[in-house]
Design a protein around this ligand. Structure first.
Ligand SMILES: *Cc1c(COP(=O)(O)O)cnc(C)c1O
Length: 433
């Protein structure tokens, strides 16, 4: 097979195809098979868009059935039975059991679309322009979401000044040396501080792209409290950490906070089909009809697979408390062992949005390359790609999870020269320990 076309015709902007020079022909569950027949375990999961794995049979069946039945594929924001089912199921299985009363907006199909909508809405509601975001945040690639993103390489790509936002330290950015939010509290109270009162503060509870720092529940509660006292809207960007990735459907559930606005995308369709939602408290619904629109806000196939996924995984807490909790325990346990063996390394993140940060920033990339040679897809995260990012589908069978984590362990040993025990792949004894 000749792959020249990807180099001669596709833009230099392509990236994942460079780290993983394979042509993926088939995919199922936590596995992908390349054209030459090599099987890969996929612990990248579409950057978090495939929480239920590739081509989940029930989701694929729902797609086939919808197409066979002649339902419309595209419908802007018109009403369809697929959208009715989606909204009803989302309300009944996701929002109501969590005591969340949110209006649902379809902002266009991508993560950056929901962030743009959230920022626009916050500015419209408050009449203020400034937005605060956090060091190492990642919120997307269009100008508004880029303005609240940290990464300097990505920001530079804007080509124009990114304005009306500033950065404040994320949890533990100052290594616990200062009290949380001390600077912010002071400047908000001081009319001479020169810091414009923000419309909103946007936060990821776990920083997916920026190095997998996870905010403590108490820090998030402090942030929510500060926002409330100062009449600032709190936006949680749950594009990557949401839909079960953190261990609960929304990543902020553990902290017990109720953000004013929530951004969801990546795994919300369940199938990898594009879909995004902007959720907000009903009193914030000040949009004029059509004031924010877009051609691709009625992806009926995505509605159909999302509805099927809600019913399959979230109709009660058995998936969350069972398979998902076990997968998290096993993953955290194995990563702790790696971090304990390699000097200066530590486990980052939470749930199945986790990884290992190495002291030498070169190590994570080398481990990912070594893992690819051994048939495993894992990526890196952080400003220097210093964190090995482990993000398997939430549905990965424990035996495959164990096998992938063993490959990571071997790859770390190969790169660092540190001996780390690799346990057998039967999994059973390890899982219960
Ligand atoms: C991926 C991501 C986005 C952007 O989503 P796109 O679909 O790539 O535009 C925004 N926020 C977070 C936290 C993300 O992980």
């Amino acid at each position: 097979m000749n792959n020249e076309i990807f180099e001669t015709t596709e833009s230099a902007v392509r990236s994942y195809s460079r780290s993983w020079p394979a042509v993926f022909e088939k995919a199922s569950g936590s596995k992908q098979v390349s054209e030459d027949g090599t099987e890969y375990l996929d612990f990248f999961a579409g950057a978090g868009a495939l929480n239920y794995g590739h081509n989940h049979p029930k989701l694929v069946a729902a797609i086939s059935e919808y197409i066979a039945g002649g339902g419309p594929l595209h419908s802007l924001d018109m009403m369809t039975p697929a959208k009715r089912e989606f909204l009803t199921t989302f309300r009944e299985l996701i929002l109501e059991p969590r005591n969340l009363d949110y209006k649902v907006m379809f902002p266009g199909p991508t993560g950056t679309n929901t962030v743009e909508a959230a920022l626009k809405l916050a500015r419209k509601v408050t009449g203020r322009q400034h937005v605060l975001s956090f060091t190492n945040a990642f919120h997307g690639m269009t100008l508004g979401s880029l303005s609240v993103t940290g990464n300097s390489m990505k920001r530079k790509g804007a080509g124009i000044p990114l304005t009306n936002s500033s950065k404040i330290p994320y949890d533990d950015y100052l290594n616990g040396e200062t009290e949380d939010f001390i600077w912010l509290e002071r400047v908000l109270e001081d009319s001479g501080s020169g810091v414009d009162k923000p419309a909103a503060i946007i936060v990821e509870t776990i920083q997916g792209e920026g190095g997998l720092r996870a905010a403590r529940a108490e820090w998030l509660r402090g942030l929510a409290d500060l926002c409330q006292r100062h009449d600032i809207l709190l936006i949680v960007d749950d594009v990557q950490a949401g839909c079960g990735r953190s261990g609960s459907f929304f990543s902020f559930e553990e902290a017990g906070i109720t953000p004013d606005i929530v951004c969801v995308s990546k795994s919300i369709s369940g199938s990898g089909l594009p879909l995004a939602l902007t959720l907000f408290k009903p009193e914030l619904d000040v949009w004029e009809p059509g004031e924010h629109n877009g051609t691709f806000r009625g992806n009926n196939l995505a509605f159909v697979t999302a509805t099927t996924a809600f019913k399959e995984f979230w109709s009660d807490d058995s998936f969350e408390k069972g398979q998902l909790a076990e997968a998290i325990d096993l993953t955290q346990d194995k990563l702790m062992k790696i971090a304990a063996a390699v000097d200066g390394s530590s486990v980052r993140g939470r749930g199945l949005l986790t990884g290992v940060c190495f002291e030498d920033p070169e190590v994570a990339g080398k481990v990912a390359a070594e893992a690819f040679q051994r048939g495993l897809l894992v990526e890196t995260s952080g400003p220097q790609d210093e964190v090995l990012k482990v993000m398997p589908p939430l549905t990965t069978p424990l035996e495959e999870l164990q096998r992938g984590l063993n490959i990571i362990t071997e790859a770390v040993s190969a790169v660092t020269g540190v001996e780390i025990a690799v346990e057998d792949t039967t999994g059973n004894t390890l899982v219960t320990s």
